[in-house]
Every structure is written in structure tokens, then in C-alpha cells.
Design a protein around this ligand. Structure first.
Ligand SMILES: *[C@@H]1O[C@H](CO)[C@@H](O)[C@H](O)[C@H]1NC(C)=O
Ligand SMILES: *[C@@H]1O[C@H](CO)[C@@H](O)[C@H](O)[C@H]1NC(C)=O
Ligand SMILES: *[C@@H]1O[C@H](CO)[C@@H](O)[C@H](O)[C@H]1NC(C)=O
Ligand SMILES: *[C@@H]1O[C@H](CO)[C@@H](O)[C@H](O)[C@H]1NC(C)=O
Ligand SMILES: *[C@@H]1O[C@H](CO)[C@@H](O)[C@H](O)[C@H]1NC(C)=O
Ligand SMILES: *[C@@H]1O[C@H](CO)[C@@H](O)[C@H](O)[C@H]1NC(C)=O
Ligand SMILES: *[C@@H]1O[C@H](CO)[C@@H](O)[C@H](O)[C@H]1NC(C)=O
Length: 723
């Protein structure tokens, strides 16, 4: 942020007696913004057993009697398939497609009314699951089978009994290694068809008659019903409100107990994590908790539900598998060996977030030595001593990947800007632990790296940071990740930040978000690919730079796209050319790292950010843009922080009311349009001598006051806002 001047803080306690006595008449007041009816946005099913929403009629084919019969009170649905009488007679498997109405994750149950077959073998039912209609085929859009598990070819098979019974999807086979099912699925649609695999003979046949009485789904993941919310967000913008809750639901779908048979089968089921609550990357896949994903999804989790254990279990497990050279694995996959270069830095950042959002002092003390080792042993081993920049190619780093397995080399801006963030966060932690030496060392290294990024990596010809090198010189390409983090970390000063943001707006904007590269120099298609993950840091950067309008514009393009394209509610792993899921059917359409809308609205529209552990120190600084009012609750270990603000731009009025728990220290910033507009604290004018206003060129400034009690305070701005 680029505020000039000195901020002088008020002490509320000293003003409080005067405030109580003050008259409170004739003043422009907050107008009611409607009820706190945020519960209507909650996407969780009301209970774990979920029933289908509808049959997708246009997909029904073959001989199906009463396709809607599987709904309660509608009888049953009958599938009939007779062996063809001759080679040319049609043989269409009777098929229905069941829509659960929204993306969900869990275990399907089918209540069968029995089956009949004139020849030996039971009629087979096959199930194919999909998050989207586009990728719905006779095989699931993803199954563990495509990742190395061998029990199914991608559909789930059932040998339907003659007598009525309820079949529950479970990982395993009905007969030896025949008639097998995956068990867990993340999906919105399921295709149900009467058919059998040749390999399942003689247990199943493709012919006969099957009655389905009903279907349901046993929800896995965190059932985030309204009473489970510890924080919420509401504003004058209905779309933003819904997207905030969509993001929470997406992260809830990824929050689950780590199981052997429902997670990534590529050697990820470590005994140290099995049976623990974790925050997976995606509901459908990989279903392994990755620490880069947590950089976003853990914040979503902390701000909505009281389940920090899901994040803590992952961070602790990864730290427990730290390598001797200090490197920390990104996830349990491949027995904790997947070589990523950026994720150990995200581990530091995520540890800081856990400490800041939840105040977990025991965690930070226990894992402080891991922070020292990763920052002081691993990263120095890949540092170019001539420049002080991390350089991909140095030490072991040559073959390492990152969140998108981008083939880049040299002093990559993203790795270095993220290194600065990790060093800054680590220094804050060290200060808390009274380890001044570590804090000073990390702070000064952060400054060295920051200035080296500015010295070597800035491309003045376009006004943005280069990505990395192609041979001996910089590649002519600029990435969203490093450029955004350069602003989030303060590596870019105000003029560079503004030029970077203009460049990204002009070069990276697509109808469905901002691309992670401006062109295809590093790889084909990169200029058309959008990750909500790194877009979060660009949106944050825009708010930090005071550009609420461009931040909201990017949010509306990105989240507007995802929310209006199948499966519509959950937020995606990645978006490719023409706004399609970027890896086709394999793409996870409910990915926690796509939920940056949650922290970004809470941190920058409501305005609440922790800067001391467990919000012991916090700021409230709304960057309102075109939003007329916002309110909500931010959970902290000591109790909720409640904020409610409203602006009346044409009248030049702004009101903010906040309450925070005892034992916390807050600084509240209210936007002012110039240095003459009056500001009141609980209707008492704040003397001009007691505060400082700061302006960017043409932008808004802020007046700040401090709160150190648990009373409710109102700060009002405007000529008609006082008594
Ligand atoms: C479809 O199945 C039903 C029930 O078995 C049967 O009565 C009907 O004749 C079948 N229709 C066709 C066109 O085969
Ligand atoms: C094949 O069976 C269909 C009915 O399924 C019938 O209409 C057709 O006449 C038969 N063709 C021959 C050559 O028997
Ligand atoms: C996992 O699935 C296998 C069958 O593939 C089964 O034998 C095993 O018991 C399952 N394990 C758990 C913990 O459910
Ligand atoms: C749903 O799953 C939960 C947890 O696995 C289990 O305890 C419960 O019995 C299941 N409910 C039904 C109706 O199968
Ligand atoms: C600070 O960290 C260093 C290791 O970098 C350790 O030797 C020292 O004991 C720590 N001091 C405190 C006060 O924790
Ligand atoms: C930002 O840094 C650049 C390069 O060092 C410098 O030219 C520019 O004046 C700086 N801008 C501000 C506002 O300090
Ligand atoms: C300062 O801002 C207020 C509120 O927007 C406005 O009414 C007033 O005209 C402004 N004064 C100046 C000098 O720009």
C-alpha cells in the first residue's frame, strides 16, 4: 500500500467518556441495509443424505419406463433391455442421467426394486459420474482408475439382485476382481445404464429388467449448514454475496477425513495422515492436500468455519517430512517426493496464516525450526550469490516444478517475490518468538531480494516484471503470478505497481478472467489459461493498490464466468481457451484454491486483516469501489469482529461501525475524499491535529483510529455526518 505521511492513532479509551455525553441529533445516519439474512446464500445440503434434483430428460434413451419414478412417491423407474432378435435390430442400453442439482461429493446409494433376467447372470447396472454435462460419457469424468488404481475401467458396476435391496457405492468388487466400483465420487451428474462389462461375465449380463426405487448420496466432506458458520459476508452486491458462500461450499467439499480408498492412489496414503481431517486440493481430484492450494483455501476455511485442524494436520504432516536439506514436500503424493520449488515457500506462508488467523502458538513454536531450515538451508542452496536471487537451475532446482509445472528457468520473478513474502512472514513470526536475530536476518534478506528483483527483472519496455530467462537473456514474457506477488509483498513501489496492473489489464484480460501469461512464449495455450488461484493474488494486488474498481471488474469476469457455467456453483481448478475447463474432463470443478473470492471480500471489502497472531492485532480498511454497503463477521480465537459500513458517494458520506473482542488491538481506516471533510468518532469530531490523511494521486485517502476495547464504535465521514 502506498500511503504517504504519518498515521497518528487515537486511543478510544481516552475519548470514551466524552462520547457518552455528546449529543447525537440532526446527523446523517446509517440507513438500514436489510436483515442479516446471509443464511439464504448457504449452499450446503441441509443434511448429509442428498436426493436427486431432476432427471436430465434429453439424455434418457432406450426402454426406460417412468424415468422420474425414482423420486419419492413416484413409484419406480424400470430399465428393460432385451437381447436383439437379429444383427440389425437396435440395441440401445436403457439410460437415464440424474442431476443432483449442484456439485457434491460422497457415496451414492441405489435402492433397487429387484431385477429379472430370462437367461443366467444378473442384469448389470453401470454408473458414470461427471461434474459437468459436457464431459458426461459412459465413463466417469475422472476415476481413481485413471490415476493408477486398477479396479474399475472408469465406470462403477453393479450386479443387481433379484430381490429388492439397497446398494451402496463402496470401493471394491462384488466377486473377486469382477463387478467393481470406485466408491467415492465428486460429481453433479450420474448416468445410470443397464449394461455389463464383458470382463464381468458370467456375473452380469447386459440384458434383463431392473427396477430403481430411489437414489441418494451420502455427503462426504464438511457439511457447512448455516449453524456451522463462524464468519459471514454480505454486501449491496448480490452476486458477490453468493460467490462468497459458493467459495465456502467449494472448500467444504474438499474438507474430509483422509481415506485410503478415496484419495489420490499415487502413493499418497501415508500412515501419518490416514484418518485425519484434511483440506484436499479438490473434491474430485487429486484428493490429496497440497500446501500451495492451502494458501487460498485455508483462509477461506478460517473465515467461515471453526475447523483449523483440517489445515494444521496437513502443515504439520508436511513439516514432519522435511528433507535433510530443508526442502518441504508439497503433498504426500509419491511418498512425499513430488519436486516442487514454490510449495516450501507456501508452507511458510500457510504457517504464518495459521498463526495469524487462529493464534496457534503451539504449532508455531513446534515448527519454528522447520521454518529456519527451509529458509536458511534450502533456499540459500539455490540462490545465485551474484544477484541474491533464487535461480531455477541452481543446486537441485533444475528439474523442479511448481503449481502449474511451468517449464521456466533462471531468476524467476514468481519464486523470488514469493520468497520475499515467506521471509517477511517468517520475520513476523520470529519477532513474536522474541528471536530478533532471525527476524533481522530474514527482513534484510527480504529487502535484498526485493531490490534485486527490481534491479534485474523489470522490463521497462512494457512496465512489468519479466518471468524468467530463455538461455542467457530474459524471455519476452510476463506472468501474472510474479507480477501480482510483487505488489502484494511491496517489492513493486507505487509507480511500478500501477504500471504492472495496467499491463496485466491490457495484456492478460480474457472474457473469463486474467490469463496467467501474457503470451505463449513459455508454452502453447498459456495466454488463454486462467487460474483463479493466482488471479487471487492479482485481485489482492489491485485492492492493495487502491484499485477497487479494477479488482471488482476482474472478480466479476472470473467468478461471473465460473458461476454461470456448469457445474455453476463450485469454483474451478483452471479455465482454458474459450472458457472451457482447462484440462477437459480431468479438470477439478471444485478446487479450494479457486476460492480466493472469500478472503478477498472479507479482507478488502469488509476490510478485516490480521497482523498479529489470532487477530490480537488487526486492521479494518475497506476498499469500497462501487459497493454501497457491506457487513459481516470475522471469527477470531477471542470472539467475533463485527463490521458494518455504508457509503453514500453522492453525499460524500461514509459510516463504519465495528466491534472487536477484548484483548485485541485494531486500527480502523475510513476512506475520505479530501483533507477537509470532517470525520467523527462516535459523533465526536476527530481534531485535525490528531489524524493524518494520505492521498494517492487522484485517489482516496484514509483516516485511521485505533480500537483497543470491546465496545461498539462508529466512525462517520462527511459534512453532514456529525452532530
Ligand atoms: C419396454 O419395456 C416394457 C416393460 O418391460 C415393455 O412393456 C415394453 O413393451 C417395452 N417397450 C419396447 C418398445 O420394447
Ligand atoms: C430384425 O429385427 C427387427 C425388430 O427388432 C425387425 O423389425 C426386422 O424385420 C428384423 N430383420 C430381419 C432381417 O429379420
Ligand atoms: C480399500 O479397498 C480395498 C478393496 O479394493 C479393501 O480391501 C480395503 O478394505 C479398503 N480399505 C479401507 C480402509 O476401506
Ligand atoms: C453416511 O456416511 C456416514 C459416514 O461415513 C455414516 O456414518 C452413515 O452411516 C452413512 N449414512 C447412510 C444412510 O449410509
Ligand atoms: C533463535 O533462533 C536461533 C536459531 O536461528 C536459536 O539458536 C536461538 O536459540 C533462538 N532464540 C530464541 C530466543 O528463541
Ligand atoms: C519506483 O522505482 C523506480 C525504479 O527504482 C523509480 O524509478 C521510481 O521513481 C519509483 N517510484 C516511486 C513512486 O518511488
Ligand atoms: C471534500 O469532500 C467532500 C465529500 O466528498 C466534498 O463535499 C467537498 O466538496 C470536498 N472538498 C474539496 C475541497 O474538494
Amino acid at each position: 500500500m502506498f500511503l504517504r505521511g504519518i498515521l497518528l492513532f487515537h486511543s478510544f479509551t481516552s475519548l470514551w467518556n466524552a462520547i457518552e455525553a455528546a449529543p447525537y441529533e440532526g446527523q446523517a445516519r446509517l440507513t438500514p441495509e436489510g436483515p442479516d439474512d446471509w443464511q439464504k446464500y448457504v449452499r450446503s445440503p441441509p443434511s448429509p443424505i442428498v436426493y436427486p434434483a431432476r432427471i436430465v430428460a434429453s439424455y434418457t434413451q432406450g426402454n426406460v419406463t417412468n424415468p422420474e419414478g425414482l423420486f419419492t412417491g413416484k413409484g419406480s423407474t424400470l430399465f428393460t433391455r432385451n437381447a436383439p432378435t437379429n444383427a440389425t435390430s437396435p440395441d440401445i442400453p436403457p439410460t437415464i442421467v440424474v442431476d443432483f442439482g449442484q456439485n457434491i461429493a460422497g457415496y451414492l446409494s441405489v435402492s433397487f426394486g429387484g431385477s429379472y433376467n430370462s437367461t443366467p447372470g444378473r442384469p448389470g447396472i453401470r454408473l458414470a459420474f461427471s461434474e459437468t454435462l459436457e464431459y458426461l460419457t459412459d465413463f466417469s469424468d475422472f476415476s481413481r482408475g485413471y490415476n493408477g488404481d486398477t479396479i474399475t475401467p472408469g465406470s462403477d458396476q453393479i450386479a443387481v439382485s433379484a430381490q429388492p435391496y439397497t446398494w451402496k457405492d463402496a470401493h471394491g468388487c462384488e466377486y473377486g476382481n469382477q463387478v467393481c466400483a470406485d466408491g467415492f465420487h465428486g460429481f453433479r451428474y450420474v448416468k445410470v445404464y443397464l449394461d455389463a462389462l464383458a470382463a464381468d461375465a458370467p456375473y452380469t449380463t447386459s440384458y434383463g429388467q431392473v427396477a430403481v426405487k430411489s437414489m441418494s448420496m451420502n455427503f462426504s466432506g464438511y457439511l457447512g449448514t448455516p449453524e456451522t458458520f463462524t464468519g459471514w459476508f454480505k454486501s449491496s452486491d448480490e452476486q458477490l454475496n453468493q460467490w462468497w458462500f459458493d467459495g465456502v461450499y467449494t472448500t467444504d467439499l474438499c474438507t474430509d477425513i483422509f481415506g485410503v480408498n478415496d484419495t489420490d492412489p499415487r502413493n499418497s496414503a501415508s500412515p501419518s495422515i490416514i484418518g485425519k481431517l484434511v483440506l484436499h486440493d479438490g473434491a474430485k481430484r487429486d484428493r490429496d492436500p497440497y500446501v500451495g492450494d492451502l494458501a487460498v483455501s485455508a483462509r477461506t476455511s478460517y473465515l467461515s468455519h471453526d475447523i483449523p485442524l483440517a489445515t494444521r494436520n496437513v502443515l504439520a504432516d508436511l513439516a514432519d517430512h522435511q528433507r535433510a536439506d530443508g526442502w518441504i514436500p508439497p503433498a504426500s503424493i509419491n511418498g512425499y517426493t513430488l519436486p516442487l520449488l514454490d510449495y516450501p515457500l507456501w508452507w511458510v506462508v500457510c504457517s504464518y496464516d495459521l498463526f495469524m488467523y487462529t493464534g496457534d502458538t503451539a504449532y508455531i513454536q513446534q515448527y519454528y525450526p522447520n521454518i529456519i531450515k527451509v529458509l536458511d538451508t534450502f533456499y540459500p542452496s539455490i540462490t545465485d550469490s551474484r544477484t541474491q536471487l533464487l535461480s531455477k537451475g541452481f543446486g537441485v532446482s533444475g528439474g523442479y516444478g511448481d503449481y502449474a509445472f511451468i517449464g521456466r528457468t533462471g531468476p524467476v520473478t514468481y519464486y523470488n517475490a514469493l520468497y520475499v513474502l515467506a521471509l517477511q512472514n517468517a520475520a513476523t513470526i520470529a519477532n513474536f518468538l522474541s528471536n530478533d536475530t532471525d527476524a533481522a536476518r530474514w527482513t534484510s534478506r527480504a529487502q535484498l531480494v526485493s531490490s534485486a528483483i527490481n534491479t534485474y527483472n523489470f522490463d521497462s519496455s512494457v512496465g512489468a516484471f519479466y518471468d524468467g530467462t530463455c538461455g542467457d537473456s530474459y524471455c519476452n514474457t510476463h506472468a501474472q503470478d510474479g507480477n501480482s506477488l510483487s505488489i502484494v509483498t511491496g517489492v513493486a513501489n507505487s509507480s511500478r505497481a500501477n504500471s504492472v496492473l495496467s499491463y496485466l489489464s491490457q495484456a492478460n484480460a480474457r472474457p473469463y478472467g486474467n490469463a496467467f501469461y501474457d503470451n505463449d512464449v513459455v508454452s502453447g495455450g498459456y495466454s488463454q489459461r486462467v487460474y483463479a488461484f493466482v488471479s487471487y493474488f492479482e485481485i489482492e494486488a489491485r485492492f492493495i493498490a487502491g484499485q477497487a474498481d479494477t479488482a471488482l471488474e476482474e472478480i466479476r469476469r472470473l467468478y461471473g464466468w465460473m458461476s454461470t457455467h456448469d457445474p455453476e456453483i463450485t469454483q474451478w481448478e483452471g479455465i482454458g481457451p474459450n472458457g472451457q475447463p482447462y484440462e477437459g474432463a480431468y479438470t477439478s470443478m471444485a478446487h479450494g484454491w479457486g476460492t480466493g473470492i472469500v478472503p478477498v471480500l472479507t479482507n478488502y471489502i469488509l476490510g478485516v486483516i490480521p497482523s498479529g497472531h489470532g487477530f490480537s492485532i488487526y486492521t479494518i480498511k475497506p476498499v469500497p469501489g462501487d459497493i454501497e454497503w457491506a457487513k459481516g463477521v470475522v471469527p477470531t480465537p477471542k470472539g467475533p469482529i463485527t463490521v458494518n459500513w455504508q457509503q453514500k458517494k453522492v453525499l460524500g458520506l461514509f459510516f463504519l461501525t465495528a466491534t472487536a473482542p477484548a484483548g485485541t488491538q485494531g486500527t480502523v481506516y475510513v476512506p475520505v475524499s479530501n483533507s477537509t471533510v470532517p470525520v467523527y468518532l462516535d459523533s465526536i469530531p476527530i481534531p485535525n491535529s490528531a489524524h493524518e490523511r494520505d492521498f494517492e494521486e487522484g485517489g482516496v485517502g484514509y483516516v485511521s483510529v485505533s480500537i483497543s476495547d470491546s465496545l461498539t464504535h462508529t466512525i462517520s465521514v462527511g459534512y453532514n455526518a456529525g452532530p
